[in-house]
Ligand binder design. Structure first.
Ligand SMILES: NC(=O)C1=CN([C@@H]2O[C@H](COP(=O)(O)OP(=O)(O)OC[C@H]3O[C@@H](n4cnc5c(N)ncnc54)[C@H](OP(=O)(O)O)[C@@H]3O)[C@@H](O)[C@H]2O)C=CC1
Ligand SMILES: O=C(O)[C@@H]1CCC=N1
Length: 258
């Protein structure tokens, strides 16, 4: 299954590089089966991995092409990928636009997040066109190199999830900053505030890897004390609606196109 050649346009960027390294480290792909392109010619990959300056040459030599460039860079990209499977990581670029610009009729839209860096990204993906079963499994396994992955039933799921999970560490980072800033405003020394807030987001987040969040909330609310008062205040201010509107705002940008 792994004897396909994978070409990553933008494979030295944040996502492309992490995915390529994970695929190599896990043995999913050999260096001789991996091609990378960028404009700068700068790469820190092991010697066996070819860095190409010519995107069309990368496409011609690849079975599967990953587009790991930014949407504005895609607008300048000129490739003919007819007959190839094209996997786009771009937010806000519909499959139809990718197909029209590249000539490919099998498009996968995948939405990893920055946690590819630590191989803990959740990556939803959606395919358009005839993706044969062994390619479907290949795509799933590629993204499992950097965490977990699920095929989703509609392209709109990708646009919504771009805002929910594509944003990766953005929501927890916002919570951590809010907790820090509010603690400082309440008179807690900055260093202590930072350590306390990081403990909540990072330590608490790690616990949730194996615990149900509802049960966690119910267990702590059962004390009818400090946690109950704090969480009730958030509920009274409709935290779910604030979160929902935030994700919708991101999803609208993804749906509108970038
Ligand atoms: N970062 C994130 O958390 C997430 C990003 N995404 C999506 O992933 C995509 C990539 O993002 P990210 O990895 O962060 O971006 P980066 O800016 O880190 O990487 C972009 C890469 O593309 C290369 N590049 C740019 N133009 C071209 C070109 N014409 N031909 C070949 N290579 C090119 C750049 O290298 P050089 O300058 O040398 O050409 C660079 O290596 C984006 O579309 C984004 O929407 C999705 C979810 C999360
Ligand atoms: O914000 C963005 O547009 C990209 C896609 C999802 C995360 N980063």
């Amino acid at each position: 299954m792994e004897n396909r050649t994978l070409g990553i346009i933008g494979g030295t960027g944040w996502l492309g590089r992490a995915i390529a390294e994970a695929a190599l480290d896990s043995g999913f792909i050999g260096p001789d089966r991996l091609l990378i392109s960028n404009r700068s010619g700068v790469s820190t990959f092991e010697p066996g991995v070819r860095l190409l300056a010519d995107n069309q040459q990368l496409v011609d030599l690849s079975d599967i092409v990953v587009l790991s460039i930014r949407p504005e860079q895609f607008r300048e990209l000129l490739i003919n990928a007819r007959g190839k499977v094209v996997i786009s990581l771009m937010a806000g670029v519909p499959a139809a636009a990718i197909s029209a610009a590249t000539g490919a009729d099998v498009i996968v839209r995948a939405m990893p997040n920055a946690a590819v860096e630590i191989r803990q990204s959740f990556t939803p993906w959606y395919s358009v066109g005839k993706l044969v079963e062994h390619d479907r499994q290949w795509v799933q396994r590629l993204f499992e190199c950097v965490g977990s992955a699920d095929e989703v039933p509609e392209e709109d799921c990708i646009d919504y999830l771009s805002a929910l999970s594509g944003t990766g560490p953005a929501f927890p980072a916002m919570l951590q900053m809010a907790l820090t800033n509010q603690a400082v405003a309440a008179g807690i020394p900055l260093v202590i505030a930072q350590r306390a807030a990081q403990g909540v987001v990072v330590g608490g987040g790690q616990m949730l890897a194996s615990r149900d969040p509802r049960q966690m909330i119910e267990s702590l609310m059962a004390y009818r004390g400090v946690t109950a008062a704090a969480l009730q205040s958030m509920a009274d201010q409709n935290i779910e609606s604030i979160v929902g509107r935030a994700v919708q705002a991101g999803a609208e940008i993804a749906r509108k196109g970038m």
